[in-house]
Design a protein around this ligand. Sequence first.
Ligand code: MBD
Ligand code: FE
Length: 302
Amino acid sequence: MDKQAIDALLQKFNESATSEGNARVKTVVNRIVRDLFYTIEDLDVTPSEFWSALNYLAEAGQSGELGLLAAGLGFEHFLDARLDEAEASAGLEGGTPRTIEGPLYVAGAPESVGHARLDDGTDPGQTLVMRGRVLDTEGKPLANALVEVWHANHLGNYSYFDKSQPAFNLRRSIRTDEQGNYSFRSVVPVGYSVPPQGKTQALLDLLGRHGHRPAHIHFFVSAPGYRKLTTQINIDGDPYLWDDFAFATRDGLVPEMRKAEGAEGKPYGVEGNFALIDFDFTLLAESTAAPATEVDRLRAAA
Ligand code: MBD
Ligand code: FE
């Protein structure tokens, strides 16, 4: 079938509408269906291939892996790249780079002011202290900003999704103090890998790709009057640092991790050697000239 014939067929389908519906949904769905019809035509997709794809999506949904798939196919990074572009066009510059949220945030983590300990002392990972300030683009510290942090344990697993970990292990919400400072004590995370027997890995295999992420720490940083920042920092030296299956590593998000002595960390009660990361977050002032950075997305809450 040529494209004109496909368009004529779709035109007839669309004429079957008997009520107004939703204009935005109609525009987007009609476009996607048309593009998929073209794809089926151009690539001569067989009926069996079509049903296999549909079944694949159904199974990925049933096993809760669609968020993982969105990251692995680069959709999440693409949405970031578009937000970056929109901000640049609006002249919004100088903030900490954003990078993807991923599917493993859990709302409701314990909140504290200034400092938090994220681990409960049972995780055998190397002790980590991370600290810094939340700033505006003029370098002015922002008091009472909220730093939400979450990361994997020494096995690359996240609490809540990994039921062997205590509730909110390695997840906290920290308010900056009067000087705009935050700090936390935790353990150095290890990179995540998609479930090896899952639907995401099955597709990655067919694409000749791996499902590994380099070790990273997630953040939401927010303050009234500023654009919410969704980002991550990476642990330098990870073999997958620039080979992330979710394409989230960015310049500016790989801080140095120093070896520090207990004395340097005394305020946090750390004995002996530990890893130390200094990292400031810079928030852009809120603006209506670019799309909102607060994203509606179904998230777990505990
Ligand atoms: C993660 O930890 C993650 O951050 C992403 C983006 C996907 C899967 C697991
Ligand atoms: Fe993650």
